[in-house]
Design a protein around this ligand. Structure first.
Ligand SMILES: [Zn+2]
Length: 129
């Protein structure tokens, strides 16, 4: 019975995460679309006022950077949503063990359990770079 209760808790948790992810995805998509629109309007502005080009270029690269970060987050959200659909959400990609639910609460896009994550960090820091 305790085990069934735990499964139910996990199912509730996954449903809640899915809602959060969908909401976050909608916001990101809206924000990226808005920035794309701003950039397109900015291009027209450049043609009208070449003197201001340098300042606008800096603004533009910031906008692209923000969009890149948002796009990366969007990719992570899509991956997490796909995992939820496939029923593999919360499973470590490396050892296929369960990712601790507390870890997922803090990091909903985590694809590695804490042990594999630490292992990865250790081996990448040993390699240098
Ligand atoms: Zn693992």
């Amino acid at each position: 019975m305790a085990r069934r209760q735990q499964r139910q808790e996990e199912a509730d948790f996954t449903a809640r995460i899915k809602e959060l992810l969908l909401e976050r995805r909608d916001r990101l998509v809206a924000s990226i679309n808005r920035e794309l629109k701003d950039l397109r309007e900015g291009e027209r502005f450049h043609l009208a006022d070449m003197d201001d080009l340098a300042g606008d270029t800096a603004d533009e690269s910031t906008a692209y950077m923000v969009m890149e970060i948002e796009q990366a987050e969007l990719d992570q959200i899509e991956r997490a949503l796909a995992a939820i659909e496939a029923g593999t959400y919360g499973t470590c990609e490396e050892c296929e063990g369960k990712i601790d639910i507390e870890r997922l609460k803090a990091l909903p896009f985590a694809t590695l359990c804490i042990d594999c994550k630490r292992e990865l960090e250790r081996s990448s820091s040993e390699e240098g770079d």
